[in-house]
Write a protein that binds this ligand. Structure first.
Ligand code: CR6
Length: 819
């Protein structure tokens, strides 16, 4: 088997033969007729043979050793392209480049042929991908469980400035070369039906679920290749198929068939990823996705457990299950159901296992993102699970009664069931009650989880609520996406920094070394040129790399305040045209963001930025000082070009709203300076780099809360600040939509009459002032280089390797196993 240079030799001739074999036998091309896409597919297949072999070997070894594993359950894994990354992990990048060269192909071009597997919305899904990478790099035994969506996050294009969504068939017609189907792992999943009591042969009374229909779960494995080691872990994605025709016997009674079976085909269950970030939609099909995902995953965990020769009583000793947000919460009642109904365990024994197996990560405080499901819907789709949830709640409320005797308010507040005209199941409450650890994703966020979201739970279960600050993988987010910087780092601190990121601290001693500053800035310049070239080719906009590249890339959301950034741009535009004393260093403002298709204001903000861009980029009066670029279809592969090219990173959410952020970390690692609020992980980044090397502005969490309590009035700011007024009023004019005033008014309207829920106006003045400081700082290139180098040097805390070690040591009790 070919593996990274340490253990096995790369056999170039054999590899070339494998590529040619796939070209002809798998994809039906001759070497003469093959397109670049076919070459990429054949090459990736040849590489996947290597990783699949190692995946099976890793599986066997871990089973044999009875190693304790983590099962990472997530509805999203935003893995991005795998080929380049896996080449680096396998240590084969140069070898394969040279092999492909001999086949007349350029590796860099072939890598561009891969479509992004966009199986996630944003930070949460990308975090899951970084965590899988870090688990494998450090050899902490793990399986990732997700869904095999036929369509990932929609593709975005702009028509006359407005977002248009089209389906993302990420696998293409040929299929994705890195995945392998595992038919022997197929699971059957039940839905609907009813629950009945029965007596077994010994006269014991049991409950059982008589399902109304079943579907099949097919396993697809993607290889998560450990960096410079022999471990390959599966990312196991479940695809839903209908065994046709489904259980006809149960369909005889036409009455309840009509009542209980919505018009849906099983094949629809994993058809498409729900495109909402930080927003709960409550659609029945989504609940079905969640249950399908959990039922397949729990069954597979139990299968592995038994296949390794282990007893069910030892489940919590050998397996832990991390719930990535509340999306897979239904796994908790599912495991209870299996233990009680199938293994015939008593409630206490089943609960002892469950409550020691699951842990839960909370990723948001936003009320609109906290999942609740209608009791009636769960009752209909998963009747046995609803019974189990009632029983969990019943027992839990007894605990609450014991802790706060006679206090019905606290019971109402903590209950898993929310009373009201339509009773709802609060998934986060179910998680806190049923897990052994609950973590937030940054220090500030975790404090707010304890203080504002779950204060009583924190009293009731001391120590259960904790923090694990997010991180990102330095393999993809430095080594792979920024080869120039990587070489510089290796030269100064040695080449093992991708798995020992603490070593990059060694760069700090060169922060004042002029020669090093120049080389660091030269790399930045090259990366800016690479981005400028992309923009020229794809958008036909000319950019000057001497300008400050100021970038905000993340989902479009009011709390992330892309409209604050826009107001600043409008203020600059106004000043450049009206204030002869005003000068600024040329700046390019980049945006990349998808808006949830149903989120009207977010789409209006995209439209406004595009309209402003159109005007600003072609206005000779601005003398090229101001450019605005909204890159279409922001995705992982574009992020890989944007992060390395940034001078300035925009992290400007309203304090208390962004749980962590992870883009903030990727920018700083690549030497960008942050302009940010005291929110999420920005707070800890400031601690690491020091106040002089980050530009902090805006209200603090407590100031935000106080201002809201006192009654926030956006007009107060609007009336008092002429620059803000000018910027806002431009939105009401036809300056950017000639002959059609009012097309951009919705944003102004939301900020003034809509009460400005995210305090954009309150933070505007400080934001503008802080940007002026950035302008001044950039003019002194030596000082800027010094700050930029320190940002890279002082980011080691934010490696996802550290996050995973925190989980392993403080939550999972997990030890690495060398393969
Ligand atoms: N939207 C948070 O908003 C955090 C990621 C990963 C988010 C973001 O601040 O960095 O999770 N939350 O922890 C949810 O998705 C619910 C996100 O990506």
């Amino acid at each position: 088997m070919i593996k990274n240079g340490q253990t096995q030799q790369f056999d170039k001739a054999a590899f070339k033969a494998a590529v040619e074999k796939h070209l002809t036998t798998t994809y039906a091309y001759t070497t003469e007729s093959a397109t670049p896409h076919a070459w990429y597919l054949a090459m990736a297949r040849a590489l996947a043979e290597i990783s699949t072999g190692n995946l099976l070997a890793t599986e066997q070894k871990l089973a044999k050793e009875k190693a304790r594993s983590v099962n990472y359950l997530s509805l999203e894994f935003l893995i991005g392209r795998l080929t380049g990354n896996n080449l680096i992990s396998l240590g084969l990048y140069e070898n394969v480049a040279s092999a492909m060269e001999e086949l007349g192909q350029n590796l860099t071009d072939l890598l561009e042929e891969e479509r992004d597997p966009a199986l996630g919305n944003g930070g949460l899904g990308r975090l899951a991908a970084c965590f899988m990478d870090s688990l494998a790099a450090q050899e902490y035994p793990a399986v990732g469980y997700g869904l095999h969506y036929e369509y990932g996050l929609f593709r975005q294009s702009f028509e006359q400035g407005r977002q248009v969504e089209t389906p993302d068939g990420w696998r293409g017609v040929e299929g994705y070369p890195w995945e392998v189907v595992r038919p022997e792992l197929t699971q059957t999943v039940s839905l609907y039906g009813y629950v009945e009591s029965y007596l077994d042969e010994d006269g014991n009374n049991y409950r059982r679920w008589v399902p109304g229909m079943t579907v099949d779960g097919i396993a697809w494995d993607l290889p998560i290749v450990g960096y410079d080691n022999n471990s390959v872990y599966p990312l196991r994605l479940w695809e839903c198929r209908s065994p046709a025709p489904f259980n006809l016997a149960r369909f005889n009674d036409g009455d309840y068939v009509g009542a209980q079976y919505p018009a849906l085909e099983a094949g629809n269950v994993t058809k498409v990823l729900y495109p909402n970030d930080n927003h709960d939609q409550g659609k029945a099909l989504r609940l079905m996705q969640q249950y399908f995902h959990c039922a397949c995953s729990i069954a597979d965990i139990l299968r592995r457990h038994h296949a390794a020769g282990n007893e069910i009583e030892d489940l919590a000793k050998l397996e832990t299950i991390q719930l990535n947000d509340t999306h897979p919460t239904i796994a908790i009642p599912e495991l209870m159901r299996v233990l009680i109904d199938e293994y015939k365990m008593g409630w206490e024994a089943a609960w002892a296992i469950c409550s020691q197996t699951f842990a839960y990560t909370n990723h948001t405080l936003l009320p609109e993102a906290l999942e609740t499901w209608s009791e009636a819907l769960i009752q209909q789709m998963l009747p046995r699970h609803m019974e189990i949830i009632f029983e969990i709640n019943h027992r839990f409320l007894k605990e609450v009664e014991a802790a706060w005797p006679g206090n019905n308010d606290v019971k109402r507040k903590l209950s898993i069931i929310q009373e009201g005209p339509q009773r709802m199941v609060r998934m986060a409450n179910l998680c806190v009650v049923s897990t052994y650890a609950v973590n937030g994703v940054a220090a500030l966020h975790s404090e707010l989880v304890k203080r504002d979201l779950f204060p009583e739970f924190n009293e009731l279960y001391p120590g259960r609520l904790t923090n694990v600050t997010n991180g990102v993988t330095p393999r993809r987010w430095i080594k792979y996406c920024n080869p120039g910087l990587s070489e510089l780092i290796s030269e100064k601190v040695g080449s093992d920094w991708p798995v020992h990121l603490e070593k990059i601290a060694g760069l700090a001693e060169f922060a004042d070394d002029e020669a090093f500053q120049q080389r660091f800035m030269a790399v930045k310049k090259q990366n800016k040129q690479r981005l400028a070239d992309w923009v020229k080719t794809n958008m036909d906009i000319d950019l000057d790399t001497n300008a400050i590249f100021d970038i905000q890339i993340k989902r479009l959301h009011e709390y992330k305040r892309q409209h604050l950034n826009l107001l600043h741009i409008l203020a600059l535009y106004h000043r450049l045209l009206n204030d002869p004393t005003f000068d600024m260093h040329p700046r390019v403002f980049f945006f990349g963001a998808k808006a949830a298709p149903g989120y009207a204001l977010a789409k209006d903000i995209i439209f406004a930025i595009n309209k402003v861009a159109e005007k600003v980029n072609n206005d000779p009066r601005l003398g090229g000082k101001l450019k605005v670029v909204f890159v279409p279809d922001y995705r992982v592969s574009l992020a890989e070009i944007l992060f390395p090219a940034a001078d300035v990173s925009e992290q400007i959410s309203t304090a208390g709203k962004e749980a962590s952020g992870t883009g903030n970390m990727k920018f700083a690692m690549n030497g960008a300076l942050t302009i940010g609020t005291m929110d999420g992980a920005n707070v800890e980044m400031r601690e690491e780099v020091g106040d002089d090397n980050i530009f902090i502005f805006g209200l603090l969490v407590d100031e935000v809360q106080k201002l809201k309590q006192e009654g926030y009035d956006p007009y107060r700011y609007y009336n008092a600040d002429s620059m803000l007024r000018a910027a806002m009023d431009l939105l009401d004019s036809d300056e950017f939509t000639p002959g059609q005033p009012g097309l951009l008014s919705a944003i102004r309207q939301n900020l003034l009459e809509g009460g400005d829920p995210y305090l954009v106006l309150a933070d505007f003045a400080d934001y503008v002032k802080t940007h002026e400081k950035i302008d001044a700082a950039y003019r002194d290139q030596k000082t800027w280089a010094h700050k930029a180098i320190l940002n890279t040097a002082l980011m080691s805390k934010f490696s996802s390797d550290r996050s995973i070690r925190d989980y392993a040591n403080n939550i999972w009790n997990l030890k690495p196993v060398k393969c």
